[in-house]
Design a protein around this ligand. Structure first.
Ligand SMILES: [Zn+2]
Ligand SMILES: [Zn+2]
Length: 151
């Protein structure tokens, strides 16, 4: 997803776009649905501040019961770009600022949006927080009922 800079003069802009996961180089199996991207852009040259919100759903396999499930994902990110060269004296929050050439026509947000989504995913894949998993002896899905082993 690219921002065409001449389309956004000084001031505030709302951007809404729907992008396919492949456009952000995301795994289609994990992200089967399109991603809704909303960006509030504030441009005050040389600064561009972007508050991004991403919405989609992921398709995963539960670590405990091995069932496939979908769950919604909402991720936020604040990105700051500066048109110009990186200063030799960097202040404390400089790491969050990305410097781009003054004559840039566009900014490619794909990598930042992809990272934002990936970092928002829970480490564990659970269909429900209280998933009971499978019986270690007979393999019965204990969410669907108790097996004979426990009687
Ligand atoms: Zn489960
Ligand atoms: Zn059992």
């Amino acid at each position: 997803m690219k921002l065409h800079l001449p389309s956004y003069p000084r001031g505030h802009h709302q951007i809404s776009e729907t992008v396919e996961s492949a456009q952000l180089d995301l795994d289609r199996l994990l992200f089967p649905r399109a991603i809704e991207v909303r960006i509030q852009l504030e441009r005050q040259d040389p600064y561009l501040r972007l508050d991004c919100q991403l919405k989609t759903s992921i398709h995963r396999t539960c670590d405990r019961c091995l069932a496939d499930y979908d769950s919604s994902v909402i991720a936020d990110a604040r990105l700051v770009f500066v048109l110009g060269a990186m200063p030799s004296h960097r202040n404390e929050d400089a790491e969050e600022i990305q410097y781009i050439p003054t004559d840039s026509q566009e900014i490619d947000l794909s990598a930042d949006l992809r990272d934002t989504l990936m970092l928002s995913l829970p480490m564990k894949s659970l269909c429900h927080d209280d998933c009971k998993g499978l019986c270690s002896q007979c393999g019965q899905n204990l969410n669907e009922g108790l097996c004979r082993c426990s009687r």
